[in-house]
Design a protein around this ligand. Structure first.
Ligand SMILES: Nc1ncnc2c1ncn2[C@@H]1O[C@H](COP(=O)(O)OP(=O)(O)OP(=O)(O)O)[C@@H](O)[C@H]1O
Ligand SMILES: [Mg+2]
Length: 253
């Protein structure tokens, strides 16, 4: 179980006149993610989804609030300690490393260099080619390939809580269905609390609960049928600067 309590994240920004303004990006987010459940976090671009994920992983410093994993307060722990405690985060835009191979990354995540163990992970995530292991995680990889590597290294950690930030970015349509099945299987077999940040309807459908984020706050928690009408409203709100009359009123009611 992962609890986030009254999370805030603020940054200082400088305007054109060099005046510093404090901008609050995450505004009092509280939620309990239960063990072995599949969640989706969705919402408009820039609403704070990735920031919330990074606050949970300890990549962004929490301005105030707390994070508890299985009842233990981990707020003061850094990224490495949170990873050791069982949280894994798969980046929206994974880093590329010249000179580092997929084998190196997978060995670190799986905690072994034994090839037969690494092959077991490849089979788990549905990567069929052994050649893939010796690919350099650099610029020669396609966007989809790098996302698959990121997913595999997250799964190899056997995390208690796995957060996947837009795992379908750059992934071909044929892979999305099997990817969802894979995440569900990991949840069922390893009891991993699975949190997917996504705009993709297939992920939203697969989720047992969807958290809709708007302007740094949880606007709604529910299933796809209760969330869809709100998403349609948000489409209007995204374009509020150019919409008028009734549509504008809907965004500001
Ligand atoms: N460290 C930071 N410093 C300044 N601004 C930040 C920082 N982190 C995030 N932001 C800003 O906070 C807002 C929310 O960003 P975030 O990446 O969480 O959005 P998102 O909901 O994940 O969007 P998307 O759907 O496009 O991925 C954005 O306007 C972003 O520029
Ligand atoms: Mg994001």
């Amino acid at each position: 179980m992962l609890e986030i309590k009254d999370l805030y994240f603020s940054v200082d920004e400088q305007d054109a006149q060099s005046v510093i303004h404090t901008r609050t990006i995450v505004k009092g987010v509280s939620f309990t993610f239960k063990k072995g459940k599949f969640y989706a976090i969705t919402g408009p671009n820039g609403s704070g989804k990735t920031t919330i994920a990074k606050l949970i992983m300890g990549i962004n410093p929490i301005t105030s609030g707390s994070v508890l994993l299985e009842g233990r307060d981990i707020t003061s722990l850094g990224v490495t300690e949170r990873a050791r405690a069982g949280i894994a985060y798969s980046f929206q835009n994974p880093a590329r490393f010249k000179g580092l191979t997929f084998r190196d990354m997978l060995s670190i995540s799986a905690g072994t260099t034994d090839e037969s163990e690494l092959v077991k992970v490849l089979i788990r995530v549905g990567i069929c080619s052994l050649d893939f292991l010796d690919k350099e995680v650099g610029h020669a990889l396609s966007g989809g390939e790098i996302k698959k590597i990121e997913l595999a290294t997250t799964i190899a950690r056997n995390p208690k809580v796995a957060i996947y930030d837009e795992p379908d970015t750059g992934i071909d349509l044929w892979t999305i269905g099997p990817m969802i099945e894979l995440l569900k299987r990991e949840r069922d077999e390893n009891g991993a609390t699975t949190i997917v940040v996504s705009h993709n309807e297939k992920f939203l459908q697969a989720a047992e609960e969807i958290l809709l984020i708007r302007d740094g706050q949880i606007m709604h928690v529910g299933d796809l049928s209760s969330t869809t009408p709100l998403l349609q409203d948000l489409d209007f709100c995204n374009w509020k600067t150019i919409c008028e009359g009734e549509a504008y009123a809907r965004c500001h009611r």
